[in-house]
Write a protein that binds this ligand. Structure first.
Ligand code: FES
Length: 68
């Protein structure tokens, strides 16, 4: 399955399918075997670039609706 990114309301970005997560130098994060990962978009995670649930307590809000 090609990579699919879902921007979650008031939360992270869910990435699933065929993907890899790299740093700017091309290093690859070890996410082997994970069917999905969640990327932080609130900026408060202690595990960036991954979500650690901090968005639930930091007041982050972001309604998401795709537009054409
Ligand atoms: S989106 Fe979950 S900790 Fe930032």
């Amino acid at each position: 399955m090609p990579a699919k990114l879902t921007i979650l309301t008031n939360g992270s970005i869910k990435v699933e399918g065929d993907f890899e997560v790299c740093d700017p130098q091309g290093g690859v994060f070890n996410v082997a075997g994970k069917p999905a990962v969640f990327l932080c978009r609130c900026g408060q995670s202690a595990k960036k670039p991954f979500c650690d649930g901090a968005h639930k307590t930091c007041g982050f809000t972001s309604e998401v609706k795709a537009s054409a």
